[in-house]
Design a protein around this ligand. Structure first.
Ligand code: ADP
Length: 334
């Protein structure tokens, strides 16, 4: 049984990797970012230099890792992957940096969660391609300078504002990824369906993309769940009606709100009378970490016009009350 579960999970990850665009041309949407990146990389190639450091910001699942892999691929350079939480000591970072070869692309996911001493070491590494490794403690401590071959740093974060400005300033190019439009998500679903050999019937792709929360990763995941449903409960063809039944089963609503999104709205309206309420209080009430509520749920709710951020706290809009099937109090004006 454990073996089956592990296999199933491995399969999901293999599928996700198989669906990743491998070149800038295969990336759907994000036209401006694609054009800017393509220019940056082409210029670096012509000068035979490593490209400038790149910062990618935006909610999870919008393509940050994919773009980092593409940057490495387009430069024909190896990609090294790590993440902020994995770097707890400056020494961890020194070890990674000292193992780099010229031209390597170093991808640091969740770069805002790196420890402060590591962050300070990174400033110098990014700017001067050198770090000081401190050996020992107290008065006997010595700093050993270490040269690092020129490399390209690609940092990913949910919000650029989470980075201290000295770190942010060391990136020569910053791209902010936005949620995708339904038409773009539909193209992603069609592309993935082709790769997975899923047969799409009348408007099946439209139904899936409309419920994908503006997020390619979710679009691909929903497609896989709908594919399961089509295979088990029908003849394999994904029609609109079939997609709708499948997604209802998985509790994804018509606007794409997931369980956490709905919990936030629900608590905001039913428990706090629509707000204003502080984000920490909201997070405790839904039993999630503040960061998850703020970086994952909120941006999408704001985008849909269901939630507003005000100086006094989070407020449910009229549309939010409506979405929950409740009547907004007279005082709600938005
Ligand atoms: P992030 O690093 O921002 O969390 P990923 O790069 O891991 O997101 O993307 C998640 C999945 O979504 C990938 O497996 C990829 O298949 C798909 N994806 C993301 N962006 C795009 C895009 N622009 N076009 C097509 N597929 C995409």
């Amino acid at each position: 049984r454990a073996l089956v579960a592990a296999d199933a999970d491995g399969d999901e990850r293999v599928v996700e990797a198989a669906l990743r665009p491998r070149t800038l041309d295969e990336v759907v949407g994000q036209e401006r970012v694609r054009e800017q990146l393509s220019l940056l990389l082409e210029a670096a190639r012509r000068r035979e230099r490593v490209p400038d450091h790149v910062l990618l910001s935006g909610p999870p699942g919008l393509g940050k890792t994919t773009l980092a892999m593409i940057i490495a691929a387009e430069m024909s350079s190896p990609l090294r992957l790590t993440s902020g939480p994995a770097i707890t000591h400056a020494g961890d970072l020194a070890a990674i940096l000292s193992g780099l070869n010229e031209g390597d692309v170093l991808f640091v996911d969740e770069i805002h969660r790196m420890s402060r001493p590591a962050e300070e070491m990174l400033y110098m590494a990014m700017e001067d391609f050198r770090v000081d490794v401190v050996i020992g403690k107290g008065p006997g401590a010595t700093a050993i300078p270490l040269e690092i071959p020129p490399f390209t740093m690609v940092g990913a974060t949910t919000r650029a504002g989470l980075l201290p400005s000295p770190l942010r300033d060391r990136f020569g190019f910053t791209a902010h990824l936005e949620f995708y439009e339904p038409a773009e998500l539909e193209r992603i679903v069609r592309r993935s369906a082709r790769l997975l050999e899923v047969e799409l019937g009348a408007d099946g792709a439209g139904e899936i993309s409309g419920r994908s929360r503006g997020t390619p990763r979710i679009a691909n995941r929903l497609l896989r769940r709908v594919r399961d449903y089509a295979q088990v409960r029908a003849d394999g063809v994904v029609t609109r009606a079939l997609a709708r039944s499948a997604l209802d089963l998985f509790e994804v609503d018509e606007s794409g709100l997931d369980r956490l999104d709905r919990a936030v709205l629900d608590v905001l309206c039913r428990r706090f009378g629509g707000g204003p309420v502080g984000v920490s209080t909201l997070a405790v009430a839904v039993g999630e970490e503040r960061e998850t509520v703020e970086e994952v749920a909120e941006p999408f709710l704001v985008r849909l016009g269901l939630l507003a951020r005000t100086p006094r706290g989070r407020v449910a809009t009229r549309a939010a009350w409506h979405h929950l099937g409740l009547t907004a109090p007279e005082t709600v004006d938005a």
